[in-house]
Design a protein around this ligand. Structure first.
Ligand code: ADP
Ligand code: MG
Length: 682
């Protein structure tokens, strides 16, 4: 009998070849296979007659092939198979591109199901490249069809057949880690039914039942994991920190902290003095001054004789924090270093050694800081900035690193409460609800592409006043074909430099550049050596250039609201009136609604709520971004009610049986969820 860890190659009907292809999708074991859930579904249940097919709405049609298919070679790389099909209502001419095998597999006189859109007159309709299969097979037509993420070398059909084989192979051995009492109390279907119908739904209702069950269990196991993490930490005792004269630190700053910043520092300091490890989220809109709160906490920790790590999601940000904080902190006796993926090996070795023997007090860097090889003499505090790029799992693996450091999480991304509940469900929260004095709200305009000339003139005027400007274009990516050359960063920068602003200094930065190059460009820009910086969203997170007063976003329709808010947050950080210009030719209702929100408010929380409402929850956080283990089915925006239910169920179970003695399968599942994802992230 198979178990879920069985290698897929041993599953009946799969074999070496397919196993290899599946491996490319990250599917190695039977468990991987059956938990490779469809990304979406297409309802292909509707069957129409040929005459009632429409050009807008795809549908299935059951039709007989009336004449032998013909194959013609149009030109190199383009072969056509044409076939005429009929039903009682009319004639359908079907064309396939580059699917030459259909010439022999479609037989005259046999009936097939075709799925696609048709145009043409009601007497003679045409379909191009429909999905086709023999009537009665019901794999790709005549049902709700699962749509999986695919990769080269594996077709939709092969994947869904493999899943079929997988489900058949484990029909009798599917363990149910959800206690049956919980399942029944919450009206959830059985595990076999859930797996069957999440892949091959019999009906929309069956799919919903399956989805609900699987989403519930994810949230349930996840909650249990979180609660246990938290409990483990709450029972840990650490030596309380001693009071530190913070005035020395405050006096070294070029400005005085806002009341909100001070309050956050005080809350964090109180945590660190309590004898229990701090777990605090410091949330404040872009520009609210989170960095100084972090610096104050770091100072406090180091003056207690312990080390601190400041972890950020990008190298640019790491370097910027290092450049900004090191002089201040070094001046106060804090020994600082920068450690990122691109730190040269030799220097890295030296830093690692100094962290291990306590010769360094603070290290700033990317997630390299929590990698295996980095050990600390006495890590007292970990600050993570722009937290949404990290996640619960990293927090878990951090506390596994030695003696439970204090953890302070800084986040600008205001997220809807429900999401916060699970993302930060294990944290105390401080809010910086005040901006530093003298800030003027960024004036925001949404304009069509025909305004480019005016926008350029405006940039020119501001540069003449000594300001700098950002221009953001969408990410460079192979799959995106954007005909307009202005939109690719390098090309656009070249055009701007040579044709639009020959007398100004234009530079550019994008994600494909080497970290050192990026760094050089960014520091030059921050140092005022360029007037205009063209970039992709690599500058989205946290970059601070107070003299920059304009943010221009090209193709603004391609960005989510929260992202636009982040981008806009790059300006308006100094004393100058700043502007954000969102350029888009997209006139769709959705884009217009989104850009309008931007022009109407600068309130990050409102923007986040609107984002969720307009985009639909599925898009709000990419699976990788939220960093939550095992949430593949649950929808963080939609499943609020389900989350509450799952949390109540988890709490009730833990109350009865905190160590899950009676529920070894549940305990094992939770354990696996967290350790597996921790491995994945490292
Ligand atoms: P964020 O919360 O977005 O991380 P930063 O910490 O980058 O914000 O701060 C934004 C800008 O405001 C920086 O240039 C910083 O030096 C400045 N700043 C922070 N706190 C204050 C303050 N209390 N008074 C004046 N300027 C401040
Ligand atoms: Mg910041």
């Amino acid at each position: 009998m198979a178990d879920l860890d069985t290698d897929v190659r041993y599953i009946k009907g799969i074999g070496e070849q397919r196993a290899k292809a599946l491996g490319k999708l990250g599917i190695h074991t039977l468990r991987d296979l059956i938990t490779y859930f469809p990304r979406r579904y297409e309802d292909r249940t509707a069957i129409r007659s040929i005459s009632s097919l429409s050009p807008d709405e795809p549908a299935c049609v059951e039709a007989m092939v009336a004449s032998p298919p013909t194959l013609s070679h149009v030109r190199k790389g383009m072969d056509l198979v044409k076939v005429r099909a009929v039903d009682a209502s009319g004639v359908l001419d079907v064309t396939f591109f580059n699917q030459t095998w259909l010439k022999n597999s479609l037989r005259q006189g046999e009936t097939y199901l075709f799925y696609g859109k048709a145009d043409g007159t009601s007497l003679r309709r045409q379909m191009v490249s429909p999905v086709v299969e023999p009537v009665g097979r019901r794999e790709l037509t005549g049902r709700i069809v699962p749509i999986y993420a695919l990769t080269a070398g594996i077709s939709r059909l092969v994947l869904s057949r493999s899943v079929r084989q997988g489900l058949d192979a484990c029909a009798d051995i599917l363990p149910d880690a959800l206690p049956d009492s919980v399942r029944q109390a919450h009206h959830l279907c059985r595990v076999e039914y859930a797996y069957e119908n999440i892949h091959f739904p019999e009906s929309p209702e069956a799919l919903e039942l399956a989805r609900r069950r699987l989403a519930f269990e994810e949230l349930f196991f996840f909650t249990i994991g979180l609660r246990r993490l938290r409990r483990r930490r709450d029972t840990v005792h650490v030596p309380p920190c001693q009071a530190v004269d913070m005035e020395t630190f405050y006096r070294a700053l070029p400005f005085s902290l806002t009341d909100a910043q001070r309050r956050c520092v005080e809350e964090a300091v109180a945590d660190m003095r309590s004898g229990v490890p701090m777990n605090r989220l410091c949330q404040g809109d872009v520009g609210s001054g989170k960095t100084m709160v972090a610096a104050a906490c770091i100072y406090f920790c180091v003056k207690n004789g312990r080390q601190a790590a400041l972890m950020v999601p990008t190298e640019i940000l790491a370097r910027q924090h290092h450049t900004g904080l090191a002089p201040l902190l070094e001046g106060l006796g804090v020994r600082c270093a920068l450690l990122t993926g691109s730190t040269p090996a030799k220097e890295k070795r030296s830093i690692v050694a100094q962290l291990a023997d306590g010769a360094l007090d603070l290290v700033i860097g990317t997630h390299a800081l929590i990698s295996e090889e980095v050990r600390y003499a006495d890590l007292g505090l970990v600050v993570t900035d722009e937290q949404h790029r990290f996640g619960v799992v990293q927090r878990a693996s951090l506390s596994a690193k030695g003696a439970c450091p204090h953890v302070l999480v800084m986040s600008a991304t205001p997220i809807p409460r429900t999401l916060a509940l699970i993302l930060y469900g294990d944290l105390e929260v401080s809010v910086i609800d005040q901006l530093p004095p003298g800030r003027q709200p960024v004036q925001t305009y949404a304009v069509p592409g025909s305004y480019h000339a005016r926008v350029y003139a405006f940039l020119r005027k501001l540069v003449a006043q000594g300001r700098q400007a950002f221009i953001v274009c969408p990410q460079v990516s192979e799959s995106d074909e954007l005909p307009d050359e202005r939109k690719a960063v390098t090309a656009y920068a070249r055009v701007l430099q040579t044709e639009v602003f020959p007398d100004l200094r234009v530079t550019f930065v994008h994600g494909k550049m080497k970290p050192q190059e990026k760094d050089a460009v960014m520091s030059a820009f921050a140092g005022g050596q360029a007037d205009i910086l063209v970039s992709t969203t690599v500058i989205e997170v946290g970059v601070d250039v107070p003299n920059a007063a304009v943010m221009v976003v090209e193709n603004a329709e391609r960005f989510g609201l929260s992202q636009l808010h982040q981008l806009r947050g790059r300006v308006g950080r100094g004393a100058h009136q700043s502007y954000c210009i969102l350029i888009s030719d997209n006139r769709s209702e959705e884009t217009r609604a989104r850009l309008k929100v931007m022009t109407q408010t600068t309130d990050g929380f409102r923007i986040a709520e609107e984002d969720l409402r307009l985009r639909g929850p599925g898009d709000f956080f990419g699976a990788r971004q939220h960093g939550l283990p095992g949430l593949r089915v649950a929808d963080l925006g939609c499943d609020t009610k389900l989350l509450r239910e799952a949390q109540e169920a988890a709490d009730a179970l833990l109350e009865q049986d905190p160590d899950l003695h009676a529920w070894p399968a549940t305990a094992e599942r939770v354990q696996m969820l967290f350790t597996q994802s921790a491995d994945m992230m490292n």
